[in-house]
Design a protein around this ligand. Structure first.
Ligand code: GAP
Length: 529
């Protein structure tokens, strides 16, 4: 979605007939889930603000991940409870961290600008197209073929590359496509003969230049090269550089994990698809340190656990797949990687990445040991002649993308409702768990509602809504995915009962006012199963 799209006023809702991204984006704005950042200044491309309900939804997903990882991690394949400790590392670290991790040299997409149309392209996208064409036709034929590049994600282009059977030697030894294309091919590309996408004349593309995805900043008053540092490009490096501190301070023994949730920043060339690819986003990463001989066992274990977790927040079924990376798709240090992918409305019938589960071996600890001079070897406490660098399994999930998957999965078309849809949030993640709605703002109903609200708010995120007619209030609760509505009416004062409306079935039943708390406890648990 472009910046301009998102800055236009939210259109009046019309009943949706299909699960369409533009309706989901409009709902997010209308109901206060997600807004374009700097909205009143026409936005800023690639940045998003989470409104009251979006914050609640995101925090619920984050807290469930933290619970599954740190507070109540699973029982391991050996029958012992696994141990994972938490971390909250700084966003800005010594820049040497990013040199050691390879981000400074490798985390870059070479870009070329079109002087005529003022558009910017990834140079390797242009090159890939030339590979497909075989030759360069200066009479405009490539220009038409280039059109798809404007919106292609890295994944899409890489898939295309595979379809084209580009030989491995072009992808290179370390499989870093961008890097290799710059080294091997772009200097041979006759840029002055290429008609850029949407351009009329050849030769409008500038020489490609490195476009590092790390955001640069300066620590200190003087903006010099010496003071240059970076906003973290992933939360994982904070974990690796604290590995030794944690081993020395926390009585952890191999195997164990370190988990971290937090912001990451990437100056994405082409942020797109709402919050799917943004420049500021949140990750939930866990690095699992184990003996190299046990790495395969733990890899399979974490794959299964991650599958269960996504299902536990309502993302499951046919819309989620675990895709094994082909050998030529793996980054050079990874022995195997699985992507957890979700069928987003904008990728359908294909899938988009939600999480990567990677076997990173000892790559990161080796790099930091080399660059920092600090020994990272683990000494076996039962046999202190045994020292080794642990291997790492990394389930690295996007929290921001998780929110998007949950929103897309929950969005359910239903022509029988006033809004034509409802949000079928799993009760674990639903931002509001129940609404209390007095039918009329008189006859003592608001007072009863207020009392019930005061009771329920002790345990649940609940809303008391007194305004508007009841149909509109139900419609709003459907749109924000509230599992239960309790309606107080004329009879409540005399018969001490309320009507419960179930979100998914819209069925209504009468229960005792005193029983509402029990009802919530039982039904939240039932729905969560
Ligand atoms: N430490 C490994 C790592 O960072 P990654 O595949 O680059 O791996 C992990 O990122 C997850 O972070 C992705 O699966 C995705 O969910 C999320 N992510 C990455 N880039 C993103 C972006 N620009 N916008 C939103 N989420 C992103």
């Amino acid at each position: 979605m472009s910046q301009a799209d998102s800055a236009t006023p939210t259109p009046a809702p019309t009943a949706p007939t299909t699960k369409d991204m533009k309706d989901i984006v409009a709902l997010c704005k209308r109901r206060g889930f997600i807004f374009q950042a700097s909205d009143i200044y026409d936005g800023i491309n690639g940045f998003w603000d989470f409104g009251p309900l979006g914050t609640e939804l995101k925090n619920n997903i984050r807290d469930l991940w933290w619970k599954a990882m740190v507070k109540c991690p699973p029982i391991g394949p050996d029958g012992n409870p696994v141990r994972i400790v938490g971390l909250d590392s700084a966003i800005i670290q010594n820049p040497k961290v990013w040199v050691a991790s390879g981000h400074v040299s490798g985390f870059s997409d070479p870009m070329t600008d079109c002087r005529e149309t003022k558009k910017r392209y990834r140079a390797d996208h242009i090159y890939l197209l030339m590979l497909r064409e075989g030759t360069i036709d200066i009479n405009g034929k490539p220009a038409r073929a280039f059109a798809f590049l404007q919106d292609a994600t890295n994944d899409e282009v890489e898939k295309r590359l595979k379809k084209l059977n580009v030989p491995n030697k072009i992808i290179g030894d370390n499989n870093d496509i961008s890097d290799v294309l710059v080294r091997t091919s772009l200097q041979n590309v006759p840029l002055n003969e290429i008609v850029a996408p949407d351009a009329k004349a050849p030769g409008s593309l500038t020489e490609p230049r490195a476009f590092n995805l790390l955001f640069e900043t300066h620590a200190g008053a003087i903006q010099s090269e010496e003071n240059k540092t970076y906003l973290r490009g992933e939360t994982a490096q904070g974990i690796f550089i604290n590995y030794k501190n944690i081993v020395d301070s926390s009585r952890v023994r191999i195997p164990f994990g370190i988990a971290q949730v937090g912001k990451a920043f990437r100056n994405e060339v082409n942020p797109r698809n709402f919050i799917f690819r943004s420049r500021e986003f949140e990750q939930m990463e866990m690095e699992w340190f184990c003996h190299p001989d046990d790495a395969d066992m733990w890899f399979d274990f974490w794959m299964e656990e991650r599958k269960k977790w996504w299902l536990s927040i309502g993302v499951g079924g046919d819309d989620i797949i675990f895709r094994k990376h082909d050998v030529d798709e793996l980054v050079f240090y990874s022995k195997k990687t699985f992507d957890v992918e979700y069928r987003f409305p904008f990728t359908a019938p294909d899938f988009g990445e939600l999480e990567g589960i990677a076997y990173r071996a000892d790559y990161d600890l080796t790099q930091h040991q080399k660059h920092s001079g600090t020994k990272m070897e683990y000494m076996d406490p039962d046999d202190n002649t045994k020292r080794y660098l642990p291997h790492v399994i990394e389930p690295a999930a996007g929290l921001t993308r998780g929110v998007l998957a949950v929103l897309c999965e929950a969005y359910t078309i239903d022509p029988n409702r006033p809004s034509g849809m409802y949000m079928n949030f799993h009760p674990n993640v639903a931002p509001i768990k129940a609404a209390i709605l007095p039918l009329m703002a008189k006859d003592g109903q608001p007072e009863i509602a207020q009392k019930l609200y005061m009771e329920l708010r002790e345990d649940y995120m609940v809303e008391l809504d007194i305004k508007q007619n009841i149909g509109k209030r139900y419609a709003r609760q459907d749109e924000i995915g509230t599992p239960f509505c309790f309606t107080i009416d004329n009879d409540t004062a005399s018969d001490n009962s309320v009507t419960v409306r179930h979100r998914n079935s819209m069925k209504q039943e009468r229960i005792a006012l005193d029983n509402v708390k029990n009802f919530m406890r039982e039904n939240m648990a039932k729905m969560a199963r």
